[in-house]
Design a protein around this ligand. Structure first.
Ligand SMILES: [Zn+2]
Length: 99
């Protein structure tokens, strides 16, 4: 995983050139893909071209950055569930490590 860190103290997921909070240049850092679910929602009405349902999940990465991704398995949808983020077919997914 890559996150971006700003001198203002904010950390955001993925690579960003400009800080969304203060507009300064950000530095990228690489780190592990450990994550936990902060919250989630199940979308049954989805945009054209998407398959319903979508399990939209907000996760907290190991450095505190937040990432909006999808969860593959409905059974993994639980607040505080621990897992990891994987990148597959151009998208980020949360996968639970505990069964
Ligand atoms: Zn900043």
């Amino acid at each position: 995983m890559i996150s971006s860190i700003c001198k203002c103290g904010k950390i955001v997921a993925l690579e960003r050139k400009v800080c969304p909070y203060c507009g300064k240049t950000m530095n990228s850092v690489e780190h592990g893909n450990v994550a936990e679910i902060l919250t989630y929602t199940k979308l049954f009405t989805v945009p054209e071209g998407f398959k319903s349902p979508i399990f939209l999940t907000l996760v907290k990465l190991e450095n505190g950055a937040k990432l909006l991704c999808e969860c593959k398995n409905e059974n993994d949808l639980e607040i505080d569930r621990k897992g990891k983020v994987i990148f597959e077919k151009e998208k980020y997914y949360f996968v639970s490590t505990k069964k």
